[in-house]
Design a protein around this ligand. Structure first.
Ligand code: UDP
Length: 394
């Protein structure tokens, strides 16, 4: 174990000012520890960063981010940083030209099937799943009942196959099941995208939340600093700008980048987000419309919905085009691609981080498809551990 020593008068170094880094920085600073946060970008907030354009419309620069959680402690923690208002995210899917609720529900069923077919499927569902309000698409596909299998196959083909091929570049049969299980099939008329207990949006956008988490006399944030250009590893010691680091380092970025791709480039999916300004009050009838049967983009989000903004004759939409993450282009890693081979490569990076006593937190550093709530929850736990560690060193 290292001996604790301060670096530039700081007790802890955190790399990354997204939800993982900002949560840990905030909790440590509240306990009186001096925290130095680096971020390679010119702004805080990680991929949850948002801003208001010249018309006052909120823009989620790195794609739509919506807060939802079942973890009371996450909600209690995050709500201190601004006002939030109740927000239920609704998504429609354009299935062969018809807009239907996604997750696929009984209304979607009625809009895409004849009354007789829809009635038969609903009756069968009620009989086979009397107590369930939602199931995974796999529960339908693998069901012994032929009617449910056929229905499952319809939903799989119309909702999951093409969308997933666009999003991940592979057929959903080849993807980790947890990915498509994120989107259930609803056995009823519930039409919100998330089933969580706490669904709220911050009234002034996410960046305000990060400002409030990080504005603290014990936190210094250095933007535009890519730690990989300053950090060196040698014989179990870590150096930043040639100085040996003896205080804890928490890293929240892409772990392969930290170790200069020693074991290879970890695969991620990335996104091109194409914004369009339009001279209409609303472009589409829901915050997000998915395109599971057509188009090259996966979905269109209309950002005004996210803050219920009342701005006339102006709107902004964002089309998401998924693509592979490549080192040579200016793409950002967004989604880890969890499979046996990639997880094995990640495990090697993780042991390297352990060897150098670097703590990992967040979607990129842990190489897990976390939503923001789990990112925050895990960061809260790590902050507790670091606080105990620092206490024991005093
Ligand atoms: N998905 C799909 N069709 C849809 C929505 C989602 O096939 O209409 C699948 C797709 O594989 C996607 C995954 O479910 O990557 C998770 O979707 P989610 O909306 O949670 O993705 P995120 O918002 O994180 O991009």
């Amino acid at each position: 174990m290292y001996t604790y020593n301060r670096f530039m008068n700081k007790d802890v170094i955190i790399v990354g000012a997204g939800f993982a880094g900002a949560t840990i920085a905030n909790l440590l600073a509240n306990k009186g520890y001096k925290v130095l946060v680096y971020d390679k970008r010119n702004h805080i907030g990680g991929n949850a960063y948002d801003y208001f354009n010249e018309d006052g419309i909120i823009i989620h620069k790195y794609g739509p981010h919506i807060f939802h959680t079942n973890f009371k402690e996450v909600w209690e923690y995050i709500k201190q940083f601004d006002e939030f208002f109740p927000y239920k995210h609704r998504v429609l899917g354009n299935i062969d030209g018809t807009l239907v609720p996604i997750p696929f529900n009984f209304k979607s069923l009625e809009l895409t099937h004849s009354k007789e077919e829809a009635d038969l499927i609903k009756e069968t569902i009620k009989r086979e799943f009397p107590d369930k309000t939602r199931v995974s698409i796999l529960d339908l596909l693998n069901n012994k009942n032929e009617i449910l299998q056929k229905f499952g196959d319809y939903v799989y083909q119309k909702v999951f196959v093409y969308y997933t091929s666009k999003q991940w570049g592979i057929h959903p049969d080849k993807i980790d099941k947890s990915v498509i299980n994120r989107v259930p099939v609803i056995l009823g008329y519930e039409d919100t995208y998330f089933g969580d207990t706490y669904q709220f949006m911050p009234s002034h956008g996410f960046t305000r939340i990060f400002d409030n988490m990080l504005i603290n006399k014990n936190i210094e944030v250095k933007l535009n600093v890519n730690i990989k250009d300053h950090i060196k590893f040698n014989e179990n010691k870590v150096y930043i700008d040639e100085e040996e680091i003896k205080c804890p380092i928490i890293y929240t970025g892409a772990i392969d980048e930290l170790f200069k791709y020693t074991y290879g480039v970890l695969p991620y999916r990335s996104l091109d987000i194409i914004l369009e300004k339009l001279p209409v009050t609303y472009f589409q009838p829901a915050a997000t419309i998915n395109y599971p049967t057509s188009e090259l983009f996966t979905r269109i989000s209309e950002y005004k919905y996210f803050l219920k903004q009342n701005i006339q004759n102006k709107t902004v939409i964002a089309k998401e085009y998924s693509k592979a993450y490549r080192l040579d282009s200016k793409t950002d890693p967004y989604y880890p691609i969890n499979n046996e081979i990639n997880n094995a490569m990640y495990a090697r990076y993780k042991s390297l981080a352990e060897q150098y006593h670097i703590y990992l937190s967040g979607r990129l550093a842990e190489y897990k498809y976390y939503n923001m709530d789990l990112t925050i929850l895990n960061a809260m736990k790590l902050a507790d551990n670091i606080i105990n560690l620092l206490k024991s060193k005093k």
